[in-house]
Design a protein around this ligand. Structure first.
Ligand code: C2E
Ligand code: CA
Ligand code: CA
Length: 584
């Protein structure tokens, strides 16, 4: 801020004095006093310009996060030397001077021109060596502006005028201030933004440079770091780690720094801990050393978010296993993407497993729940806890649902002995306006009574989506499809919602089965809940029945259906008929 202010003031001062200077130079020099005024105004112009350039170098250093005491001292000394040369030119006759009522100020003796050439060299070296944090747009614009400026200077030099000198410095400075700040540079924090980060990662990868990626998450950073002091402290922290590092702000509370591979992460951990004990902030730092598995910023961030969920230390350096694991996830992501692009409802990579469900009244397995698995080349069978969250995050879940639904419908049509198979839906897809249409298109290809089909949904907390979901489910239910409320007893159970959603069967989650076996009090609660639902005409299904105790307890709590490993693990859908037909 100080630099910017000083820069602007100096530009005004030098411009004003240059105009004044021109005016004076036009007058015949009559007296000693006039000569002094000419010297004075000329010196104000020249020295302002000299200091402007010095400040401008600092400004650029700050933008690219370059902090080096020796370089800073060098600039200060040069600025001072050139200013003093200018100031003393009246005596030394180096630079501008007046002799025999004639002013001499051009050629090699023009001090400012020499300083300007040095400035240009420093500027060029800085932006080239720090190119990682400067996006191409900036290079391009800065290049053009300097070219124009130098052209103007050149013509001025030939024509022996200096009317536009100030403009030539003003232009690049203004352009740079504008472009740096309009772009990816976050002025408040001294960090570059997400676009700059993405560019920087792409660039490093393209040039095959080895680097470390440091992910820093400080929850609610904006609320904590409201005062300047805290922000400055954090900025200071990044300066400590100075040697060739870059600070980026990924979002409100996530920062990223990139380092040369061999940086001192023990020092970093210590600094971080100091800072955090001072401000009592929680933080997560994840360090990913150079690797060939992450290729884009998205990969890096996905990996960090993944690790964040599991890591139990606030300062974590990724190991080889983590990376191998993540390379698997990337492969799965790619396959999911491919499945979504191919839109083949018979895709062979999507497997349908079924877990038979016991009808307690008939004491027979008549229905089943379909459960998805992926069979991927080189990775084997992948379970839903791994790929469902990935598919949901990357918007590929809907196509998977369509595939499994299509396969289930095909199976029901061919196997009339099955009473019903339920399919799981993700809450992320139901709100999609195309959802009803897509699903309806699939089921209408087959010919069987639609009460042979069940849809399993979980409760949603989002009140705004409630009406859409409710409406969609009602339309399916009108076709005869049975609606299951999945995982009841986990998360939020909103009684008002439950009574409004058209539900046929409530699936009590395994956690309720477990807790009802742990204490009398829990059993009392679960048992009474089951009474309430039973008396309001819902069918109750208990999930996760693993042994005789579970079975016995649930039978005493209005169980219409039982499902769990005690009876069968999920089996490939092709084996389901055999399982059902083998019953006595
Ligand atoms: P869910 O819908 O609650 O499915 C029941 C899960 O519990 C299944 O795990 C099943 O194998 C497991 N399970 C069954 N009996 C027992 C038992 O006695 N004890 C224990 N501990 N577990 C039992 P799975 O197949 O790994 O599926 C996990 C979750 O993935 C499912 O939970 C469901 O939320 C999701 N999922 C599976 N298939 C699909 C699908 O086709 N679409 C969507 N959207 N989600 C699916
Ligand atoms: Ca389910
Ligand atoms: Ca469940």
């Amino acid at each position: 801020m100080f630099i910017k202010l000083a820069l602007c003031n100096l530009i005004y001062a030098s411009t004003f004095n240059m105009i004044f200077n021109h005016y004076i130079e036009k007058l015949p020099i009559a007296s000693h006093k006039d000569i002094m005024i000419t010297y004075l105004t000329h010196n104000i112009v020249q020295i302002s310009l000299i200091i402007e350039l010095g400040l401008f170098i600092f400004y650029i250093y700050d933008l690219v996060n370059y902090h080096n005491k020796i370089s800073n001292a060098f600039i200060i000394v040069l600025t001072a030397v050139f200013s003093i040369l200018e100031l003393t030119s009246i005596k030394t006759h180096v630079g501008f001077y007046i002799n025999d009522e004639k002013a001499y100020q051009y050629g090699i003796t023009n001090i400012f021109l020499v300083w300007y050439i040095i400035f240009l060299s420093i500027f060029t070296i800085t932006i080239i060596s720090k190119n990682r944090v400067i996006i191409n747009k900036i290079y391009f614009t800065v290049g053009i502006t300097f070219f124009i400026s130098i052209l103007i200077m050149f013509f001025q030099y030939i024509k022996n005028i200096e009317t536009f000198t100030n403009f030539t410095f003003l232009l690049p400075i203004m352009v740079i201030i504008f472009i740096f700040h309009s772009n990816s540079y976050n002025t408040n924090f001294g960090a570059l933004d997400r676009t700059a980060l993405a560019n920087s990662i792409n660039d490093l990868k393209k040039k095959n440079k080895s680097f470390a990626f440091v992910y820093i998450k400080i929850p609610n950073f904006n609320e904590i770091a409201t005062d300047n002091k805290t922000t400055q402290d954090y900025k200071q922290f990044t300066k400590y780690m100075q040697y060739r590092n870059y600070l980026f702000r990924y979002n409100d509370d996530t920062f990223v720094m990139t380092f040369d591979n061999d940086f001192d992460y023990e020092l970093m951990e210590k600094l971080f801990n100091d800072l955090h004990s001072k401000y009592q902030m929680s933080h997560n730092v994840i360090i990913i050393l150079n690797n060939n598995i992450c290729n884009t910023l998205v990969d890096y961030i996905d990996l960090c978010e993944d690790i964040e969920k599991q890591a139990n230390s606030s300062f974590y350096i990724l190991n080889n296993d983590d990376l191998i694991n993540f390379s698997k996830i990337l492969k799965i992501k790619k396959e999911l993407e491919d499945i979504a692009n191919q839109k083949n409802f018979n895709d062979e990579r999507v497997l349908v497993y079924c877990q038979p469900i016991l009808d307690t009244k008939l004491n027979k397995f008549t229905t089943a729940e379909s459960l998805m698995r992926l069979k991927l080349n080189g990775l084997g069978i992948i379970y839903p806890d791994v790929f469902i969250p990935l598919a949901e995050k990357n918007n590929n879940i809907h196509i998977l649902t369509c595939i499994i639904l299509n396969k289930v419908c095909k199976f029901i049509e061919k196997n009339p002995e099955i009473t019903r198979i339920s399919v799981n839906f993700s809450m992320y897809e139901i709100t999609n306006p195309k959802f009803y249409h897509d699903i309806y298109n699939i089921i209408s290809k087959y010919h069987f009574d639609l009460n042979k089909l069940g849809f399993e949904i979980t409760e949603t907390v989002e009140a705004k989506d409630f009406d859409i979901i409710n409406d969609t489910l009602q339309r399916f239910r009108n076709l005869g499809i049975k609606i299951y409320l999945d995982d009841f007893g986990t998360g939020y159970s909103n009684i008002e919602h439950i009574t409004k959603i058209p539900i046929d069967i409530i699936k009590f989650d395994r956690s309720l089965v477990i807790s009802s076996g742990q204490s009398e009090k829990s059993k009392y609660i679960v048992s009474n809940m089951s009474d309430i639902f039973y008396n309001t005409n819902y069918n109750i299904l208990y999930e996760g029945i693993e042994d005789n105790n579970d079975e016995h307890r649930c039978m005493g709590m209005n169980a219409e259906y039982l499902q769990g490993y005690k009876y069968s693990k999920p089996i490939p859908i092709e084996e389901l008929s055999k399982f059902i037909n083998q019953q006595p």
